[in-house]
Design a protein around this ligand. Structure first.
Ligand SMILES: [Zn+2]
Length: 233
């Protein structure tokens, strides 16, 4: 529950850190408006595609269209609804629809309603906790669909967040903004273990690449959180 995100603790910069395996100081995207990287760093999606895996992205905050290079996604689906719980459910249902056919090596799924409720009603407010429960149901739908397709035994799920928040804002260096959950579950993952080392959000890219057998890009600075992996049998 204490993965450290990046500064500024806002959505697009932190997602770039999460999926490009380098900090804001290196990728340079420091606002919610994307600009092409001066010194490019491939994202996990680019690297997965390079290795020949099918890739998908499903989200309801449109700025997340720039988490990979053009041509790296087999399916990219933006759902225009972030202001209701049903908006997140629509993202989940859209993902389920596509995942069944796509059988992706890697899929990114983003539920934005939580952030919307945080700004409207406050972080950790009753409505915020309801939005978390809704996001949890949405994740359950995805897992259920993988199970239905007979793919659960080879599925790994990583649940994390780009940032936290306090009162009705985020973006500062406060722990409330900076510390996020980082939960890894599934095939080859150690069960019932609380990770003891400090996880940084950029470790998401490198750890998932390791799990997927994708070669790490030389630019990536994140580590592989081997503590989360089960001992090979
Ligand atoms: Zn926000």
């Amino acid at each position: 529950m204490e993965c450290r995100t990046d500064m500024p603790s806002v959505t697009l910069p932190c997602h770039q850190t999460m999926l490009r395996g380098v900090g804001v100081g290196r990728h340079g995207v420091n606002t919610n408006v994307f600009h092409p990287l001066v010194r490019p760093v491939p994202s996990l999606i680019d690297a997965a595609r390079q290795r020949g895996l099918r890739t998908g992205s499903f989200y309801n905050w449109e700025q997340l269209r720039d988490l990979s290079d053009p041509g790296s996604l087999d399916v990219s689906h933006y759902c225009h609804a972030v202001d209701t719980a049903e908006g997140d459910q629509r993202v989940a249902e859209t993902a389920v629809e596509h995942l069944e056919r796509l059988d992706p090596g890697f899929a990114f799924v983003y539920f934005g309603h939580l952030d919307h409720v945080g700004h409207r009603d406050g972080w950790m407010s009753a409505n915020y906790l309801d939005a978390i429960a809704n996001a949890d149901l949405c994740i359950g739908r995805l897992v259920e669909a993988q199970e239905g397709a007979g793919r659960l035994a080879s599925t790994v799920v990583l649940v994390t967040s780009d940032h936290g928040g306090h009162e009705r804002v985020h973006g500062t260096e406060m722990d409330e903004d900076m510390l996020v959950p980082w939960v890894l579950w599934g095939a080859g993952i150690r069960r019932g273990h609380a990770i003891e080392e400090q996880v940084e959000l950029r470790d998401t890219c490198t750890t998932l690449a390791h799990i997927l057998g994708v070669a790490p890009a030389p630019e990536w600075e994140g580590r592989v959180i081997t503590q989360a992996l089960a001992e090979p049998e």
